[in-house]
Design a protein around this ligand. Structure first.
Ligand code: UDX
Length: 437
């Protein structure tokens, strides 16, 4: 079976490569011809564990192709996945311009039965709107379906999540479309992956609900940590979280406190979910609260540095980590970047290191007081304070004595709570975590 995937970004590229590995003939199409050329040469614009090998293997086997020829990809495919970006508009609503442009391209080149599958995260009702839009744009009557198949891929483990999803969600009222979608994911069906078959509106809602609940858990953990900080040394948020997680109804995941959640999904999807609710005349007060907590959480890290140093202006600070999470080079909405921006705005001299991610323009602008370093120890040279802002594994095994020797000061703010308190103190640091004693 031939499928096309429109949009060769994180979700589209992993989806196309994953489907080709399941035995389908997949064509990833993108309007960016430069990106298509790079991908066809096996050069991936994103850092995703396992993806390079997956693309190489399936491109060589002739199952995976990259193209900018949208008309041909639409004509030659029975199923066309739309996996383009749906970034946030200023009011939080999802910007669907790329989705509509993809739908119009499909409408302009569809000649026989197709299933259009919306993989992107889109507001409730988008699939129904797309049915209308394509129908009204068709040059001649053609039978087609629009289904919803949201992705639940995490950056840094997207390939793993594609082949071992907790569930496959398919939103369509057409038994024919559902049958074809089940056939596409047959291999996952055979390994007992649960399938949730529902309406497209419910499928669209599931995606926002899932990401928003994850965000809610994180903001709840962060408020617990902030409360532990306020109560004082007799409380430790890690003990609270561990005890919470032992309750099977709660579970231990997504309860790790820190500087807040970042990335291209949770911040965008929580705001979009609140915007969707407003459109239906109600407000999601729990999610709005999770967003409000998150918007301020990274500032608590700045306050810890300020309290530890007495002031921030003209202080030298090292920040370890720029990526929004480990195992990715993505700095979108990264809390580590927000920490760097806030420290620069307060007049700090900043030295940063990240094993993979590069500093965004917002930081490099201020070249006088900003330096990208080659390793954590270079970043620590002569600084008054050091902040761990991304939980890269290599930061868990830092030589703390060597780090301390490099520094001018002794303040260590562990914003991700990944270091051992006793070892940090033994090395001569004034250790400050998030809600930890
Ligand atoms: C998320 C969802 O997990 C995924 O299912 C969806 O498809 C896309 O959005 P992603 O944004 O790639 O995936 O990363 P995720 O691992 O969810 O982390 C998001 C942010 O939350 C990161 O900044 C991370 O540091 C933070 N986080 C995560 C916490 O602060 N605490 C936690 O316990 C977990």
């Amino acid at each position: 079976m031939h499928v096309a995937v429109m949009g060769a970004g994180y979700a589209g590229l992993v989806t196309g490569a994953g489907l080709s590995d399941l035995g389908l003939m997949a064509t990833c199409v993108d309007i960016n011809e430069g990106k298509v050329r790079q991908l066809a040469e096996g050069k991936l614009p994103i850092f995703e564990p396992g993806l390079e090998e997956l693309v190489r293997r399936n491109t060589q086997a002739g199952r995976l192709r990259f193209s900018a020829d949208i008309p041909a990809a639409v004509k030659n495919s029975l199923v066309v996945f739309i996996a383009v970006g749906t970034n946030a508009s200023p009011d939080g609503a999802a910007d669907l311009s790329q989705v509509w442009s993809a739908a119009d391209s499909i409408a302009d080149h569809i000649e026989d039965y197709k299933i259009v599958v919306i993989r992107s995260t889109v507001p409730v009702g988008t699939a129904a709107q797309m049915r209308e839009r394509i129908s009204s744009r068709l040059k001649q009557p053609v039978e087609f379906e629009v289904a919803s198949n949201p992705e639940f891929l995490r950056e840094g483990s997207a390939v793993e999540d594609f082949f071992h999803p907790d569930r496959i969600v398919i939103g369509s009222s057409s038994s024919r479309a559902v049958g074809i979608m089940k056939d596409i994911y047959r291999h996952l069906y055979l390994i007992e992956t649960p399938f949730v078959i529902t309406t497209s509106e419910t499928a669209e809602l599931i995606k926002y609900a899932a990401n928003s609940f994850l965000a809610l858990k994180i903001s709840f953990a962060n408020e617990l940590a902030n409360l532990c900080d306020a109560i004082g040394p007799s409380t430790d948020v890690h003990v609270v979280i561990r005890a919470l997680g032992l309750d099977r109804r709660i579970g231990p995941k997504f309860l790790h406190p820190g500087p807040g959640f970042g990335g291209s999904c949770l911040p965008k999807d929580t705001r979009a979910f609140c915007s969707i609710a407003r459109k239906f005349g109600m407000s999601l007060r729990t999610i709005a609260a999770a967003v409000a907590v998150n918007d301020e959480q990274f500032l608590r890290v700045i306050e810890k540095v300020r309290q530890g140093l007495g002031s921030l202006a003209d202080q030298a600070v090292a920040v370890l980590g720029l990526a929004f999470k480990p195992n990715t080079n993505d700095v979108r909405e990264s809390r580590a970047v927000k920490i760097c921006e806030a420290l620069l705005a307060e007049g700090c001299d900043l030295r940063v290191f990240d094993p993979v991610a590069t500093a965004p323009g917002s930081l490099v602008l201020d070249g006088r007081r900003f330096k990208c370093c080659a390793n954590p120890y270079e970043a620590a040279e002569g600084v008054d304070a050091l902040v761990v802002a991304t939980e890269w594994n290599e930061f868990r095994v830092l030589d703390l004595a060597k780090l301390k020797k490099q520094m001018r000061g002794d303040l260590l703010v562990d914003a991700k709570n990944i270091l051992d308190l006793a070892k940090a103190r033994e090395a001569g640091f004034r250790y400050c975590g998030v809600g930890r004693r």
